[in-house]
Design a protein. Structure first.
Length: 281
């Protein structure tokens, strides 16, 4: 299935991004994203390796959640700060870092207004995080501002034509997203990244990779995300009983289509994402 993303939806008024952000913050604080994050650890480890981060560097992980990328960087002897605007997720990150004895500082902050000084980090990371900030350009500007000249910006973002892209498209047909806000899936395209960062980066390397979700059945997968993943939880909450059943059936069908086992047994759902490593001018 081809998923079409409109980067500039037609609207008669500009979206209230502050209101959108407030709703998003409440959404990510619902459920418990740390449970979902435990299923997507590998992309953070891979991104740190692909970015060739060097021991002793100062690294910023933006929209860190419960700290997957921050911890992956810290395991290689880097000095890491993780920023997120959901305090409960930061607390999980602090507990994880303490359990491993890692040097990570977790700070309450917004990806569109980072509480850091210009050029104060050798590398800036985000794994399935900054892509969800409503103002794409402002977010890219902040990532660039945080990184020193010659430093590295490394991102992992779900692609629009993959499993997660279809999940968001299907969910949006049941519960329409805020009008006028660009799709987060655009971050999973090389063209959009080139537009956002422009001549402020001297090089960009992009590779499409796969993160696999393993569940015993489509219904178990849907139930997991409905319980723990804020966007899915809130989508179900917005529907009546009939709407919830229809959304559950559609999401189960999407999982079945993307199951690479295709044998009616346990699922191995391939979630494609774009890994991008950029060099700051």
């Amino acid at each position: 299935m081809t998923i079409t993303i409109n980067p500039n939806p037609t609207t008669t008024t500009a979206p209230d991004l502050a209101a959108v952000k407030a709703r998003q913050q409440a959404m990510w604080a619902s459920g418990d994203f740390s449970v979902v994050a435990s299923r997507v650890v590998l992309p953070s480890e891979q991104l740190v390796e692909s970015a060739d981060l060097q021991a002793g560097w100062r690294v910023l992980d933006v929209a860190t959640g419960s700290g997957n990328a921050a911890l992956a960087a810290a395991r290689h002897g880097l000095r890491v700060v993780g920023v997120d605007y959901v305090p409960s997720l930061l607390e999980v990150g602090r507990a994880r870092a303490a359990a491993e004895g890692l040097d990570v500082t977790f700070v309450d902050g917004d990806a569109e207004d980072l509480p850091i000084e210009d050029g104060s980090f050798d590398a800036v990371l985000s794994v399935f995080g900054t892509m969800f900030a409503p103002d794409h350009q402002r977010t890219a500007d902040e990532l660039t501002r945080a990184c020193r000249p010659g430093g590295t910006i490394a991102l992992a973002s779900w692609v629009p034509g993959g499993y997660l892209g279809e999940v968001f498209a299907v969910t949006g047909r049941h519960v329409p997203p805020a009008p006028g806000v660009a799709s987060p899936m655009l971050w999973g395209t090389e063209e959009h990244l080139a537009d956002l960062f422009g001549d402020r980066v001297s090089a960009m390397s992009c590779v499409e990779r796969v993160c696999t979700f393993r569940f015993r059945s489509p219904d178990e997968l849907v139930g997991f995300f409905r319980r723990w993943y804020g966007p899915t939880l809130k989508a179900f909450d917005a529907l009546d009983a009939d709407g919830q059943r229809a959304l559950a059936a559609d999401l189960a069908a999407v999982a079945t289509r993307w199951d690479r086992n295709r044998d009616g047994g346990p699922l191995a759902v391939s979630g494609a994402y774009l890994e991008a490593v950029l060099t700051r001018c």
